[in-house]
Design a protein around this ligand. Structure first.
Ligand SMILES: Cc1cc2nc3c(=O)[nH]c(=O)nc-3n(C[C@H](O)[C@H](O)[C@H](O)COP(=O)(O)OP(=O)(O)OC[C@H]3O[C@@H](n4cnc5c(N)ncnc54)[C@H](O)[C@@H]3O)c2cc1C
Length: 418
């Protein structure tokens, strides 16, 4: 281990378990707030973050009845611009943020009907989206496929390169004089007098800290199973993405999202690479499957086939691209599709997990909320986006204590859990 990975002596202000995009975003903002921080992860960035396409898509991810999630995602998208600028300035590393908007496409009339229902949902929530004629969509993006029933333009849904952003965060944290990333697994949390006082790693090293943030993706649930009073119902939901390399002339200028006979599919383009074996080519990320399966890291032939079949309906030029990677990973999902952010019932223990399909989008907001919880400077209304009341209500809905059994249940006469 070099000095940036050696466990430091003494008690730190903060231990973060997990160095995916969430754990590192928390660690970096905590360092900026003046805390000393140790991060534990045997394989930083090899979890869900490795598969993510990087869509920052509050509008096109909107689901009926999930109003709190939509408000949270809108606030998350607003934070990305400053976060990306700060991170690029701190590290001199680009994070591949592209504010080019999203074209949403429907293959047949049934898909078009669903697309229009989603556009009506956007109107209800004052989210910017517009149906456009397919011919106009094709003028905007000449690579679109020949058979499409409807199209919409979503100006505010963008994308970032999650691997580039993760690499920049790792550099920012490991390169900070008060930051250390230790390549070890946390095997349990250390508890004393009802407090969590740090984590013990698989080399039996005790990492003591005033606060511990668990940001271990879906693996947060087994790690916290032994902590009384904390219920973390985070489950793995497997997804597969494909990475292709395409000539710039065969690369769309926008994120493309589509419904193809009811199946969602997307194609996320990146700017041409400036170096490496694919210099001059553009990465395309096609995704994603959604499977109630564990993190078995197995790519399936059926998953790859279905993604390619549906993506080439949106953009037939996919056929000409080189398929260079299939990436199966598991998202950390919760029963209500909202993350678990902030302090728990147990003093010293904070959570930053359960981001499911939108952890890249929510990383900057999560970092600010969780660091505010750790430092005791709870979120100010002025910081809460363009609709502060709605954003604060959505943030309250991410309270990690919402799944924990209440010590005193008012629904039973004796106060005992019914
Ligand atoms: C196919 C797919 C496509 C996606 N596309 C998008 C997208 O376009 N936009 C978007 O916003 N989101 C997307 N997501 C979701 C996003 O990837 C996740 O929500 C996000 O990466 C979660 O980040 P995380 O840091 O919480 O978890 P992870 O990235 O899984 O990181 C958890 C880390 O914890 C470490 N760890 C686990 N256990 C321990 C332990 N005991 N001790 C120490 N370390 C431990 C792991 O090694 C890992 O590095 C996608 C996900 C998938 C699977």
């Amino acid at each position: 281990m070099d000095s940036a990975t050696t466990p430091p002596e003494g008690v730190r202000d903060l231990v973060v378990v997990g160095a995916g995009i969430i754990g590192l975003a928390v660690a970096w903002r905590a360092l900026e707030a003046g805390l000393t921080v140790t991060v534990l992860d045997p394989d930083p960035g090899d979890g869900s973050t490795h598969a993510a396409a990087g869509m920052l898509a509050p509008a096109t991810e909107a689901e009926f009845t999930e109003h709190a999630a939509l408000r949270l995602h809108l606030a998350g998208a607003e934070r990305w611009l400053t976060f990306a600028a700060d991170l690029e300035a701190a590290t001199g590393t680009g994070v591949g943020l592209r504010e080019s908007g999203t074209l949403t496409l429907a293959y047949d009339e049934t898909d078009a009907a669903l697309l229009r229902r989603v556009l009506a949902l956007h109107v209800t929530h004052q989210v910017d989206s517009t149906e456009v004629a397919v011919a106009d969509a094709r003028r905007r993006e000449p690579l679109l496929g020949p058979r499409l029933a409807a199209a919409a333009w979503v100006a505010g849904d963008h994308a970032v390169d999650p691997r580039a952003a993760h690499g920049a965060l790792l550099r920012a944290v490991a390169g900070h004089p008060d930051g250390v990333v230790v390549p070890r697994t946390a095997v349990h949390l250390e508890q004393r007098d009802g407090r969590v006082v740090g984590a013990v790693d698989d080399a039996e090293h005790r990492h003591r800290a005033g606060a511990t943030v668990v940001a271990a993706g879906w693996a947060s649930a087994p790690l916290l199973a032994g902590v009384p009073g904390v219920t973390v119902p985070v489950r793995p939901v497997k997804g597969q993405t494909l990475r292709l390399q395409a000539d710039p002339s065969l690369t769309p200028g926008y994120v493309l999202r589509g419904l193809v006979q009811g199946r969602p599919v997307y194609v996320v383009p990146r700017a041409p690479a400036t170096d490496g074996p694919w210099a001059g080519h553009c990465e395309l990320v096609i995704g994603a499957t959604t499977e109630e399966n564990p993190d078995d890291r197995r790519a399936s032939a059926g998953g790859v086939y279905a993604l390619l079949r549906d993506a080439r309906v949106l953009i037939p030029a996919v056929d000409e691209a080189a398929l260079v990677e299939v990436t199966p990973r598991a998202r950390p999902a919760t029963p209500d599709n909202l993350p678990l952010l902030g302090p728990t019932h147990v003093p010293g223990l904070h959570l930053a997990t359960g981001h499911h399909r939108n952890g890249i989008l929510l990383a900057p907001l999560t970092a600010d909320v969780v660091v505010a919880g750790v430092t005791g400077s709870w979120f100010g209304v002025d910081d809460a986006g363009t609709d502060p009341g709605a954003t604060l209500a959505a943030l309250r809905a991410t309270d990690p204590r919402r799944f924990s059994p209440s010590a005193h249940d008012p629904r039973t006469p004796d106060g005992a859990p019914g």
